[in-house]
Each structure stands twice: as C-alpha cells, then as structure tokens.
Write a protein that binds this ligand. Sequence first.
Ligand SMILES: Nc1ncnc2c1ncn2[C@@H]1O[C@H](COP(=O)(O)OP(=O)(O)OP(=O)(O)O)[C@@H](O)[C@H]1O
Length: 309
Amino acid sequence: MTLLEIKDLKVHYPIKGGFFNTVKDHVKAVDGVSIKIPEGTTYGLVGESGSGKTTTGKAVMGLNPITAGDILFDGRKLNASGKKVDVRDDIQMIFQDPYSSLNARKRVFDIVAEPIRNYHRKPKNELAEEVLTLLDRVGLPRDALYKYPHEFSGGQRQRIGVARAIALNPKLIIADEPVSALDVSVQAQVLNFMQEIQKDMNLTMMFIAHDLGVVRHMCQHIGIMYQGRLVEEGTAEDIFSNPQHIYTKRLIAAIPDTNVDKIERNLEVRQTVKTEYDQNFSDSLDDEGRAFPLQSISETHRVALPVKG
Ligand SMILES: Nc1ncnc2c1ncn2[C@@H]1O[C@H](COP(=O)(O)OP(=O)(O)OP(=O)(O)O)[C@@H](O)[C@H]1O
C-alpha cells in the first residue's frame, strides 16, 4: 500500500526586484515531481545542493507553500482546501544539523518529551518512563535524561533528534540529510540504528541525501533529483547496477571513497561508471567544477522507471 504519494509537485518561489518590488521571475525549486512511497519502506531522495530535495520534504511537512500538484498521505489529500487533514503526529522530520536543531537550553528530557506533552496530558513519572524507553530505543544511556545537548557528540545528538521524532509513534519520517553533518566514522553507526528503528517500527521513510553511497543500504527505492526535477527513479539495485541517467552516473562517480565500502558489491560497476564519466562527461562541469549544464542532459537520457513493489 502506498503511504505517501506526491503528484506532479511544483514549488516555485517568486524573485522580486526593481523599484516596485514586482515579481520578475520564479525559482523553480521543485518542478513536477511525482513520487510514491510504499508503507514500511525507505525512499532515498538524492541530488546535489539546490536540487530541490529539502523543498520537497518541507512541502510534505506543510512547511512550504505548494504552487501546484497534490500530496496524499494514506490516501488523504494534505493540501486540500477547506478542512485541514491533521497529520502532525503521523509525519515527523529529522533535520540535518544535530547541533542547531536541538534547543541548547533544554535538557534531553524536555526536548524528547515536548511532542508528547503537546498531544497528551500525562503525569510526570509516566512521561519520564516514556522518554526513558525512547532513549533506550535509540541507544542512549538513562543518565542522558537530565543532560543538555552540548554534553553529547554529534552522533548522540542525532540519536536525541531521532528519539524526539519517534516519540509520537509516527507513520512517516522525513530525514533531511541526517548524517551529512557527522564525522564519516559515526555516519555508519547512525545509519545502522536508523535502519533498525525503521524496521522495528515499520516506519515509512523519505531519506534525503546528497551522497548516493549513504542511501545504498538504507533504501528500497531511490529517486535522483536535478534542478527541481526527478531525472531517474528505480530500486536501489537498479540505480547502482544499471544507472541510466548521466547525472546518476555523475553521483555514483562522486561517491567519496570513504563510503565506497558501503557499495562493495558494486565496486566494479562504480569503477566502470566512473571511468565512463571521467572520459566522456567531466569536461562538461561548469567553471566552478560543480554542475554540468542542463543542456548536456539529453531527453534520451531521462528515464523515470516506475516504482516497483
Ligand atoms: N524560501 C526560498 N525562497 C527562494 N528560493 C528558495 C527558497 N528555499 C529554497 N530556494 C531555492 O530553491 C532551490 C532548491 O533548494 P533546496 O533547499 O530544496 O535544495 P536542496 O537540494 O535541499 O539543497 P541542500 O542539499 O543544499 O539543502 C535552491 O535554488 C534554493 O536556493
């Protein structure tokens, strides 16, 4: 069953200017993206900085205005006009930066208990028990309860963020680059425990990343975003063993060597793709060596494989 369906989503931001501050143009942050995420699976949304991943995630959370398209959660339209569908406890977000996303002046107990307090009245001892269970679940010691965020490492802080996100037993989690601010050495640990939690709680997850290597083992399906569009989509296996789009090949070629062990079974494919990319396309990088021009992506390269399962 599909839990989240995004249909032809467009989020365009007006660019204003001139003496009268009139709308001159639009940034097409997301421009016609359609995604289906089956219940209990993880979908990796991957692309370089500015490709529209966060805007897509925020649109699902209701944090961004939508220009066009629909978002359906469990068959219910979230952006319907009139009576709002209340899914605040069903959809939660985990943010990129565990240093700034937690309130530095609050103790872990209050940070994790906050969403529960907002929804349910509970005696303090019951609440403390619930928070302790959550800390246990994310692998934090009991004495974390009365400490402040600065007393934890980056990986531990991200665990606090996850405890807070799962406090209300959500169905869907939008994880926006949850490990990219962490040391490579702790990235794998955090990814592993997030995967365990996803399986234990049968969570549905949209996992946003710029590094394809990071999502390799997390996700059943992967969508590749480039300049506001989904340029390729498929199972994780398809994407790694038979990438179709030149931009997907570029992302595979760009996987940092430190993350290569995560795709060990595809080392050979990666090497072939990397060589092919270096020989044929690396010249098309722009002056900053960042992105190749969109016109170099021919329509014939663009594939949108249907999501299986
Ligand atoms: N509030 C806004 N107003 C105007 N433009 C915006 C706004 N938010 C995002 N954008 C633009 O939309 C585009 C997509 O941004 P978005 O943050 O979704 O990309 P991203 O793929 O998540 O990048 P990153 O990995 O750096 O977070 C970018 O060009 C960005 O500058």
